[in-house]
Ligand binder design. Structure first.
Ligand SMILES: Cc1ncc(COP(=O)(O)O)c(C=O)c1O
Length: 259
């Protein structure tokens, strides 16, 4: 699934830890029950990064509704995408809601009186109107992505690659359909590009190896699963309007490449 492993969380908690931030990567929820249980026992907040998972479900609960805070993104590549940047914070805690609504408008309440330092995080009215118009199609688009994922899964049966794994308790909304190959991922990407097929690598450099975090002192080899994923994964087109014929073309290029 490429999601956080709840069994490894507790050993990482220190006196400085304030929150657990599970990312519902590619559109599939992290295993939230054990995470919520750890957070409760250790008195931590849970902030769900549901940027890629709007409409996804975990044991019939909606992504973004399980932690203290849920974060959505309306970046154009998301399942509900605007024509520019946008996002939403979800919470059922009135105190958190109040704090976030103040941070959102330069930290001011009342207007022009600043008790905290905030940011300009308003959703543009033009984006809001586009998102509202598109919102009614979200469930349909999500189910079309699921259909496309099933088609890929069947096309890749018996092929030497790893397809996405959907947990039995999850409703994955396939913001991304990410496959993994043992080697030569970048050459495969070039072949797909030559055939006119766009792909993306989510993500080429894991967080612990990003330059901006070099002061934390991590080195290559410290998080082997993240590193393997960064080297072997590639996201294929999965958008709702994709046709079976197009998916067959994608699969053919990949099968020819893998021999
Ligand atoms: C998993 C995840 N978290 C956070 C973000 C950030 O969202 P935004 O670009 O809307 O701030 C994105 C998308 O870019 C994402 O995919």
């Amino acid at each position: 699934t490429y999601n956080i492993d709840p069994d490894l969380i507790e050993s990482k908690i220190t006196s400085k830890t304030k929150a657990i931030i599970p990312v519902h990567l590619y559109g599939q929820c992290a295993d939230m029950d054990p995470i919520l249980d750890i957070a409760k026992r250790r008195n931590l907040y849970v902030i769900e990064d549901a940027a890629q998972a709007i409409g996804a479900k975990y044991k019939n609960r909606m992504a973004g509704s399980m932690g203290h805070i849920g974060c959505l993104s309306f970046f154009p590549t998301k399942n509900l995408g605007g024509y520019g940047d946008g996002g939403m914070v979800l919470t059922d805690d009135p105190d958190i809601a109040e704090k976030i609504s103040i941070l959102r408008v330069h930290g001011s309440k009342p207007k022009y009186y600043h008790s905290v330092i905030g940011c300009n995080c308003r959703l543009d009215a033009i984006q809001a109107s586009i998102l509202l118009a598109k919102f009614k199609y979200l469930d349909k688009w999500n189910s079309e992505r699921r259909r496309n994922a099933e088609i890929y899964n069947s096309l890749f049966q018996g092929v030497d690659l790893i397809t996405p794994y959907e947990e039995s308790f999850n409703y994955h909304i396939y913001n991304q359909y990410v496959i993994r190959v043992k080697s030569n991922r970048d050459q495969l990407r070039d072949k797909l590009k030559d055939a006119g097929i766009a792909t993306e690598i989510y993500y080429p450099v894991p967080l612990h190896l990003q330059k901006c975090y070099s002061d934390l002192g991590y080195k290559k080899g410290d998080l082997p699963k993240s590193e393997e994923s960064a080297e072997g994964t590639i996201a294929l087109p999965i958008y709702p309007e994709l046709t079976r014929e197009q998916q067959e073309q994608v699969a053919k290029v990949i099968k020819d490449f893998l021999g």
